[in-house]
Write a protein that binds this ligand. Sequence first.
Ligand code: LLP
Length: 421
Amino acid sequence: MDHFQLRNGELYAEDVPLSRIAAEVGTPVYVYSRATFERHARAFRAGMERAGRVHLAYAIKANPNLAVLRVMANEGYGADVVSGGEMARALAAGMPASGIVFSGVGKTPAELTKGLEAGIGQFNIELEEEGEVLAALAAARGLTASAVLRVNPDVDAGTHAKISTGRKENKFGVPVDQAAAIFARLAGRPGLRLRGVAIHIGSQLQSLEPLEAAYRRIGALVAELRAAGHVIDRIDLGGGLGVPYQPGAVYPTPDALGEMTARVTAGWDVELMFEPGRVIAGNAGILLTRVIWVKPGVVHPYIIVDAAMNDLARPALYDAYHHFEAVRPAGDRMIANIAGPVCESGDTFAMAREIDRVVSGDLAIFRTAGAYGATMASTYNSRPLVPEVMVDGDRYAVVADRISAETIMHAERVPDWLDRV
Ligand code: LLP
């Protein structure tokens, strides 16, 4: 359930008509619903708490806007961060350092140091050398890094290849069959408190079965580690729960994930960590756009909208589906292609899709754009960086400005040696 619904023939975000935001802020613009974020945050927590003691670290890569992070902080979430920049955002939004998990296969020594100095709660170590460097950096400062070892369980998550992370050929984690030996070599190093293991097998998971298989593999690993005398008090189960992009698609709910987790992890006696991103943010945001032209096509007309692949990259990158709806649907339908103004044929949101009939000047939305939308935007074709709005009941705020090509040009220089003499 989300709060982007039709009222008297017009789409609203909570109690704000989208046409008002378009008139006042312009398009394209991302629109978030605070109530939807809160609803998802609470539903996810309720689901996971079925499995016992949990720590929830919102994967801020999904949507790192500071207003969104503040909502999640208010809901008691920590953050899963993958860069110094994301760490700075989590701290700026008021998330306690102790609730932050630092993930990522390429954390630099400078970023590890920044994390240590900030006192972040958990480093997810991806390879042995990183663990050695982290331990040395901490010990040199008289600190102890709280950490877990990310394990690659070698399961196929059954999702798009570009967002699959848990097969042995992927770059993430240490191979499950080497994990116990690497753990033993890292544990006990001065500066390091290695307290458990982490997995994350992929994103937009459509079924719980691969997750259950991965849980069972690390359950066996934890038993082996304990038998070898290691103290294990945390297991990070990652993120990845999928969301329905297509109307009517059915996905496992947080409740079902919690039930499966409770069943499989019974007796583990650890604090369970989760890193949800998409399931929190996906349906809490839409991309509001205006139809520039309806261009006759050889087979189907092209609906040319003012949003493009630089604003919402997922269709171009992953052939992702985002549902398209008119803000004031007239009732009849058409078959059309939907594309943006960027000069690439890849800048296409849909081909031969049945949609609400629209004409030039109409407003429309792409749904399920709250996760991996604005955060992946660029200024390609020197288009402005897309702004973001958060709605709360009958009010809204611009939570990220539209950044113009002129502003971006201010950060560029033409060296004087390029001047003709
Ligand atoms: N934890 C780790 C270690 C991750 O790598 C990710 C996502 C998450 C948690 C959050 O996963 P989620 O709950 O959102 O599925 N740009 C792609 C998705 C990339 C996901 C990367 N890692 C897309 O638009 O589909």
